[in-house]
Design a protein around this ligand. Sequence first.
Ligand code: SAM
Length: 228
Amino acid sequence: MKPVSVSVGERESDLGELAVPLRLEELLEGKGDWEVELGFGKGRNLLRCAQESPAARFVGVEMASAYYRMVRRRARHRSISNLVLIRGEALLVLSAVLPQGFASAVHVYFPDPWPKARHQRRRLFDAESIDLVLSLLEPGGRLFFATDHVEYGAAVEEMLDSHPDTIVHRLAGLWENGARTNYEMKYERQGRPILRLEVEWHPQEAGLAFHPAGEAGILAATCPRTEP
Ligand SMILES: C[S@@+](CC[C@H](N)C(=O)[O-])C[C@H]1O[C@@H](n2cnc3c(N)ncnc32)[C@H](O)[C@@H]1O
């Protein structure tokens, strides 16, 4: 696996050069809320959000080096300065690189659903790994999710719905601001059914939020919940 890289503007660092969990406030100064996108692909949503909300701060995580480099280049061309890009595998990044409880929103659009049984361990959304995704959120934060694999989406919805700390809304149609990502635009044009969720996060207790069905194989993050 390629080493994790972290870039802010022109500056790119390997993980060995940085304190982990990342001190995001030092990487990107300011007071704006943080939003995270996992698997940003060609970065349509991430770049647009960063450009449209210059006071907010964004973290993008993408495993594919080609997409990471492409979005890094595009961000520089557009002079976007409120963005931290991380090249790395999301479960690794969530468990060891990012702090917890810092984001007002987490976006995951069209994650690879790994339909084959032997691949399912790599999914971001199952009962054993969902705590890592939700633990990025501050109380009251929101998770946005979309997939064209509606059967998988329904399973994700049911799994999130059975979490004691979430309120799940299934959207009847498109997001208010239209298709957000490249895949969403493509699938909308093709008329594919898309399942979209907006999930409110209301933890009853501080600390890690384990899904009750995932206790057998919890992937617990070791990072502190909040930054100093
Ligand atoms: C189907 S594409 C969707 C891209 C984008 N979200 C969109 O909607 O256009 C899935 C993306 O997630 C990335 N990805 C898949 N598994 C990942 C993982 N475990 N960690 C980080 N990125 C991942 C892939 O490289 C790819 O860019």
